[in-house]
Ligand binder design. Sequence first.
Ligand SMILES: C[S@@+](CC[C@H](N)C(=O)[O-])C[C@H]1O[C@@H](n2cnc3c(N)ncnc32)[C@H](O)[C@@H]1O
Length: 346
Amino acid sequence: MNICRRNMYSKKFGRLMFGLCTRCSTSVVTAATISTSHRTAVRLTSVCKHRMHFLERRSQIGLEHARVRCSSQTTVDPNEVKRFQLLASKWWNEQGEFAALHSLNDLRVPFIRDNLLNAHGRGQPGKPLAELRILDVGCGGGLLTEPLGRLGACVLGIDPVADSIGIAEVHAWHDPDVRDNVRYRSITLEELSEKGGQGAGQFDAVVASEVVEHLAQLETFALCCNQVLKPGGSLFITTINKTRLSYALAIVAAEEVLHIVPRGTHDWDKFVCPVELERLLESHGFHVDSVRGMLYNPLSGAWKWTENTSVNYALHAVKLKEDTSPDDDDDPIVVVAQEKARRWYN
Ligand SMILES: C[S@@+](CC[C@H](N)C(=O)[O-])C[C@H]1O[C@@H](n2cnc3c(N)ncnc32)[C@H](O)[C@@H]1O
């Protein structure tokens, strides 16, 4: 009986002590989190130390965990791949389904060239983008990849649709001005950007023109773009705003009435407004440098720049030199750990 009671009390005492210790270690973390001025006075339990060390390591290795997420999630929507698979033979027909993309080069090529020249200065005469490495994500048949290669850049075009890549390769091979400067691969952005992959931190610029409105996931796209760019590298996006006017023009008029692009090419739910895209990019280590409206005239087939971004727009963002991963920004424990890690490693 006595032994039983002693056991009971010792268990109660044990639970009480365990509870106090647990609460104590929690309050240590909380104190460390909210009271930076008293941080040095805080004694960490071994559990806390372990967690802090983990977080410090995590902040040191930057987007390491983001890479893991990149490779485990995908930007690919299988329905989009099927849709573009059916159109793969049409890329180079200037009067066909992709006519508007051919003429869009009049705006997007100078937009990319001039922003890169501002950032990197002039290259060789006639080859202003020489020495620069550009990744063209969702390159299709290479309509934009080729002119960028002609400006002297080394351009890698990637697309999940293997038939489009085949068409792009054959087309580039016939042009000696382009052949040496462009390469194509049927691979996804997330595969290319995987940890230890060939794409990580390799590119001076990433271009995704008329692509983001076809992706399954924008967050993975933003993470992977950050991953493949060099610090200070440029991201160029052209896409469609999410407004009533864009529904009327890009879907009803362009697809259903004028048949400028095939019916079902666009899904309004996937359109993204500039503010939302800016917010997403800024939370993934980018600074948005400029956003410009573009206007298509279906009668002339020509594009022009406009102040109005309510239908089509182009965006230029720059990867910040010091990476911060999205989740870490808001996590006070990580902020503390980052500060501590900076003191240790500097
Ligand atoms: C409207 S086309 C634009 C092609 C090219 N960027 C141009 O402007 O000429 C959209 C392209 O995005 C590609 N695409 C679809 N899903 C993609 C993904 N998850 N990653 C990369 N490209 C994708 C399609 O195969 C297609 O080639």
